[in-house]
Design a protein around this ligand. Structure first.
Ligand code: NAD
Length: 323
């Protein structure tokens, strides 16, 4: 049973959905993020409902630099979703931030969990730890990240597993490899939101390459279901894929978005980018066996829900799509 939990990255896209789901189950939630709610408009919007709930307390902390013991103390479960996401920017000078947030931040959180006797950590890993694959990736497949972001996520995953496997450890770890997540509150740099935005505004979507790249798109409520389930897993250290059940090409998503919105999607084609694998697809056998997980929201339904959310967006959120 969970009674008091910490969610890192609580003000982000997936973290805020997880916070809402935990609060709906009557769990006391401490929400940690380096974005300050009053100052970062998207963070404030993401947690707008949560902050009205007396079971929720936000903490403005940076995992890489701030003291973490006080916020970890007394938590039975830590959901670690905080990270610097995104493949493209990770090649440049901003890698230092990826290393700080994803690697140093994870290490410092693990140290605090160890000192405070936390028993369970669920960490958001990523499909980007796999390299190019010509069939659905299984957790036992060799990892071979092809971007600095993927390298940082694999390092974070290994750190968590190493802490769980220490002979004297009381901490058990479930590392969930999420495959491209979408839905309301999706980060403005991500593809599906940009496609829907293009359909409604005529502001063209930038397509990297010929659009044949395939991605396993996973609706955010399915990701939350798997993440909550992983908190109850009876294993010391596990790695589990969390996918949407089907892999679809970029062109396929654009066509589906046109059907959902009843509008054309203007496209600007540019060269493929380093770090983008031709395809991602998840083998969900282990997720089914350990978590009883199978995705419930298909691409058409998920696009319809994200589209319904998008048409009511705030000025701040809309501005983020064009920046
Ligand atoms: P997001 O950027 O919306 O949320 C991440 C949050 O973490 C942000 O609010 C950010 O401020 C916070 N954060 C970053 N560094 C921090 C630090 N040092 N200290 C405190 N807070 C910090 O991203 P998201 O899309 O919701 O992703 C959540 C998690 O899921 C990440 O770990 C990401 O790597 C992983 N993931 C996401 C996807 C996806 O498709 N969105 C796919 C695979 C894995």
């Amino acid at each position: 049973m969970m009674s008091r939990v910490l969610v890192t990255g609580a003000a982000g896209f997936i973290g805020s959905h997880l916070v809402d789901a935990l609060l709906a189950r009557g769990v006391t939630v401490l929400g940690l993020d380096r974005r300050r709610l009053g100052e970062h408009p998207l963070a404030g919007e993401n947690l707008a409902t949560a902050v009205t709930n007396r079971l929720f307390t936000p903490y403005h902390l940076d995992l890489a630099t701030d003291q973490l013991d006080d916020v970890v103390k007394g938590c039975d479960t830590v959901f670690h979703l905080a990270a610097r996401p995104g493949v493209r920017q990770s090649w440049g000078g901003e890698f230092l931030d990826y290393a700080q947030a994803n690697v140093v931040g994870t290490h410092r959180l693990l140290d605090a969990c160890t000192r405070e006797g936390v028993r369970r950590l669920v960490v958001a890993s990523s499909s980007s730890v796999y390299g190019p694959a010509d069939r659905p990736s299984r957790e036992i497949d060799p990892t071979c990240p092809v971007s600095p972001y993927g390298v940082s996520k694999l390092a974070a995953e290994h750190l968590c597993l190493a802490y769980a496997r220490r002979p004297d450890s009381r901490l058990s770890v479930a590392a969930l490899r999420y495959f491209t997540v979408y839905g309301p509150r999706q980060r403005p740099d991500m593809l599906i939101g940009r496609i829907l935005f293009a359909a409604y505004t005529g502001f063209p979507i930038t397509l990297y390459g010929d659009g044949s790249q395939r991605r396993e798109f996973t609706y955010v409520s399915d990701v939350v279901t798997a993440t909550l389930g992983a908190a109850h897993l009876d294993v010391r250290a596990a790695v589990i894929n969390v996918g949407g059940g089907a892999s679809v090409s970029m062109r396929g998503v654009i066509d589906e978005a046109a059907k959902v919105t009843g509008r054309q999607v203007p496209v600007k084609v540019v060269d493929a980018q380093p770090g983008d694998v031709p395809a991602t697809a998840a083998d969900l056998t282990r997720a089914g066996r350990l978590l009883g997980y199978w995705p419930t929201v298909g691409l058409h339904e998920g696009l319809a829900r994200q589209s319904a959310w998008l048409v009511n967006l705030s000025r701040d959120r809309l501005a983020a799509f064009t920046s």
